[in-house]
Design a protein. Sequence first.
Length: 198
Amino acid sequence: MSDTPKFTVIDRRKIKAEEEQENQPRPAEPVSAPQEPVSEPAAPSSGPRLVVNEHKPAPPAEEDLPQVPTAKESRDQKAAYDASAQRIEDMVRAQNPAVGAQPPVGFEHLVQQFYVSAMIQMGAGTQEGQRPRVDILGARMTIDLLGVLQEKTRGNLSESEKTTLETVLFDVRMAFLELTSMISLQAMQPPPPPPGKR
């Protein structure tokens, strides 16, 4: 009797692949087509195989997509929106006569909105004495959205708009770099000892 234990290694990947092949639906064969002799498939090798999953997500069905409004519906909706916005502005000016008419919203306002969002997500604007709340992943997404905006509007901006976007993007990226450097330094420091133990 040998001291070496006897055991068998079973490659479960091979069994799984064979099960998947057996469970896959087979295409229907045409009845009128002449039958050719089917050769036996070669025995699978005992080594590991690369299994490629070729399943791609199906595009959404037409009934799942929202219905696109007609040109008339879009015009009517825009007119109703403008009238509602004007009523709100009139009410604000009636309460505060010193407030003038608001300037129309432009590209700079969009860039400014992204800038403010990114800075708040990085903890700017926190009141003194309060701990800043940082949403570093949200800030990264907002900064990346500014990058997408820059890429998609390239060659289509005035000099003023281009300068505003480049300046804002530079500022928020620098703030992000400073913040992530501080986070990295804090992560490398050992945790403080628990209270009462020194």
